[in-house]
Design a binder for this molecule. Sequence first.
Ligand code: IPE
Ligand code: IPE
Ligand code: MG
Length: 243
Amino acid sequence: MKRTTAVPSPYNGMHVGIIMDGNGRWANARAMPRTAGHRAGVRTVRKIIEAATRAGVGTMTLYAFSSDNWSRPTPEVSALMRLLRRSLQVESKRCLENGVRLTVVGRRDRLPSPLLRVIQEAEAVTAHGRNLHLRVAIDYSARESIMRAASLAGADATNRERFAALLAQANHDPFPIRDVDLLIRTGGEQRLSDFLLWECAYAEFYFTRRMWPEFTEEEFLKALVDFEARERRFGGVPAAAAS
Ligand code: IPE
Ligand code: IPE
Ligand code: MG
C-alpha cells in the first residue's frame, strides 16, 4: 500500500477521532480474558489505519488509554502498557512504509520508560510521513490538556488560534491540530469519556453498537459516507436559506 503523495479524496484534510471501546465486553462474551479483547483490538487498529490512509483522511486520533483508565486493575493496566509498547513498535514500521506520521498525545511522565522510548523512536522515524497524521492518545485526558494549555498561557491575552497552539504544545503535537470533523465511538456507549473536548466543538458523531474488535473497514467507510451527508452549519443558517 506504499504511497508517497496523498491522493485527491473527499476526505483530504479531514480529522477523524475514534473512541475504540468494547474490547473487554467482546472478550467476556467469548469467555476470554479482557486482555484477549485488547489484543484483538490491535488487529482492528491496523485495518483502520490502512483504511484511513487509503481514504485520504488527513488526521486520525485514536483513544488508546485514558487517564482514568489507570483506575483499572493493575494486571489489566500492565498488560495494556506492554501491548501498547509492542504494537507501537510493529505499527511504526508499517507507518513508515505507508507514509504515515505517528505521534502520541497525552501525559508522558507516568508511562513506563520502555514504552516512552518506543514512542520517541516511533515519532522520530515517522516524522516525514505526509499521507496521514496518526495521533494515538495515551494517558490522555482532554480536561487535563486544556488545563495544561491554560497554565502555559499564563497572563497572556489569548484567542482561539493562540490557545490551539498552546494546546498543541501541551499535547506534544508538532503543530496546532484541526478540529475533529467526525467522531466515531464503538461499543454502544454515547459519551466522550474525556476525549478531545476542545477539538470536538463542532464534530459530527457516529455511534455504533459494534465492539471495537469487530469494527471493520466497511463500517469505517460507512461512517465517512454518513458524514458526507450531514449538513454542518457552525452556528449559521442552512446553505439554501442563505442564498
Ligand atoms: C476500550 O475497551 C479499550 C480501553 C479502554 C483500553 P474497554 O476495555 O473499555 O472495553 P469495555 O468497554 O470494558 O468492553
Ligand atoms: C474510553 O473508554 C477510553 C478508551 C477507549 C481508551 P472507557 O471504557 O474507559 O470509557 P467509559 O468508562 O465507558 O466512559
Ligand atoms: Mg469501555
